[in-house]
Design a protein around this ligand. Structure first.
Ligand code: UDX
Length: 466
């Protein structure tokens, strides 16, 4: 099928490249002409594993192209995926102005009837508004528009694999013809007929995804309901971590046992500095606003958000407890991206941590495998190290803010020697406390029993967990 992608951000690029990989003819556009120019020169604006390869291959195969000519892109596709940004407004509502501009553009430029698909994460009832807007803006064109919602469940760092091996595909439609078109688009995934480019024919065994056909409102709600549930789950794990830390238990032991219950499942129970990124925090906010508008009690979501906001403060409290005053203390930070496998620092816990440490006038030296260039724009005056070991040089504490697996295999003996005080504050429980202690570090993880909590537990007649 001929497909247009509007918006060459993270979701647009992954969607466009993967749809081309599935055999469709795809044209992508963006109102940032500079971005299109750079894409045409071969520069991807984001770091996402496997994306570069499939972009290049599909461009060569003439199935994928980028154009700054918005009208041409609109006219190309029988189906148009809207993948524009929906950032949060001051009050937490999603800013839908880019959706509205896309609707105007499609209505003005289309010369034939189109299927318009919302891929961007939007509040419920946006599909209805989009359909109405398209009808109004195109009232004299003679073109008709059908609208569908097709939420994405892509995780940064594994987005290409998530797209090509989905657990489920949700299509929210209002009529049968739209359903037929979307089934046709996703047929290669449902029938598992594509030669997967990332696993070289050795894809991990996975059942074919279920394609769920829902109303447009339900599809929009599913996305928010999923992301908010994940956020609540993470905050719940963080609440357990705080109880563990104060009462002398080990959160990793607790969540491991919890995760073995199939009703709970092991995912999204990792405690630490909390959830960041451009999706979970803003989606929870937007969901809270939506619930309030629907006169629903959203205190569960507000509490999850509040627990998340407090993660950095409680981590800093731990740092102050160990270092007393943070002013003029040299502190190393490993990890800047909001999670491993990406260079994205939007709403990253590490960014908030750095701002707060700078407010307290700590001296920072930082490292991240992918996110340093983006962080330099926000914090130009801190020291960026080319080698992760250098963040420890003369430092009085080393903080781990993102759990990049590569940090596990650093030369920790060398790091211990180079620090002026070998203190590790592990905000992601990446390292083994036992191993670090054996190497001579003072180690503080998240939700781990401390000497004080173990003592308090013993004092109350309970044995500490370790
Ligand atoms: C999320 C959703 O998972 C995805 O389905 C949706 O399409 C987009 O939003 P993403 O933003 O890529 O994906 O990140 P995700 O893997 O969900 O992690 C979000 C944040 O939660 C990260 O900061 C991560 O470090 C944190 N996290 C995740 C935890 O703190 N603990 C966990 O157990 C899991």
């Amino acid at each position: 099928m001929r497909i247009s992608i509007m918006g060459c951000g993270y979701v647009g690029l992954v969607t466009g490249a993967c749809l081309a990989e599935m055999g469709h003819d795809v044209v992508c556009t963006d109102n940032d002409g500079g971005k299109i120019e750079r894409l045409n020169q071969g520069a991807l604006p984001i770091y996402e594993p496997n994306l570069g390869d499939i972009v290049v291959r599909n461009e060569k195969a003439k199935r994928l192209s980028f154009t700054a000519n918005l009208g041409e892109a609109v006219r190309f596709g029988d189906a148009i995926f809207i993948c524009v940004g929906t950032p949060p407004l001051q009050d937490g509502d999603a800013d839908l102005s880019a959706m509205d501009s896309a609707a105007r553009l499609i209505a003005a430029e289309a010369r034939s009837s189109k299927l318009v698909i919302e891929k961007s994460t939007v509040p419920m009832q946006t599909g209805q508004k989009l359909k109405r807007a398209l009808g109004i803006y195109a009232r004299n064109s003679g073109c008709s528009f059908s609208v569908a919602s097709n939420p994405e469940f892509l995780c940064e760092g594994t987005a290409v694999a998530d797209f090509l091996h989905p657990d489920r595909i949700v299509i929210g439609v209002g009529d049968e013809h739209t359903e037929v078109q979307l089934r046709e688009i996703y047929r290669p995934l449902v029938e598992q007929t594509i030669a997967c480019p990332i696993h070289n024919g050795n894809c991990p065994p996975k059942p074919a995804p279920r394609l769920l056909v829902t109303s447009i409102n339900s599809a929009e709600l599913i996305k928010h309901a999923c992301n908010s549930f994940l956020a609540v789950k993470i905050s719940y794990a963080n609440l357990i971590a705080d109880i563990c830390e104060n009462m002398g238990a080990d959160v990793d032991e607790v969540v491991e046992a919890m995760g073995l219950d199939p009703r709970i499942g092991p995912h999204f129970l990792r405690p630490g500095l909390g959830f960041g990124g451009f999706c979970l925090p803003k989606d929870v906010q937007a969901f809270i606003r939506l619930g309030q508008k629907a006169s629903v009690d959203v205190s569960l979501l507000k509490d999850a958000e509040c627990i998340n906001k407090n993660r950095i403060e409680s981590f800093l409290a731990k740092a102050r407890q160990a270092l007393w005053i943070l002013k003029d203390k040299r502190i190393g930070i490993l990890g800047l991206a909001f999670k491993p496998g990406t260079d994205d620092i939007r709403f990253a816990p590490a960014t908030e941590l750095i701002s707060r440490l700078l407010q307290e006038q700590a001296k920072l030296q930082v490292y991240d495998p992918e996110a340093m260039e983006k962080t330099k724009v926000l914090f130009p005056s801190i020291r960026y190290c080319d080698d992760p070991h250098d963040v420890a040089d003369g430092a009085e504490a080393l903080m781990i803010a993102t759990e990049w697996p590569v940090f596990k295999t650093l030369d920790w003996r060398r790091i211990e020697r180079s620090m002026s005080r070998p203190l590790i504050l592990d905000g992601r429980n990446l390292l083994s406390g036992e191993e670090m202690t054996a190497l001579g570090f003072e180690y503080r993880g998240v939700g781990k029993p401390t000497d004080e909590s173990a003592h308090a537990a013993a004092h109350h007649g309970q044995a500490p967990s370790r």
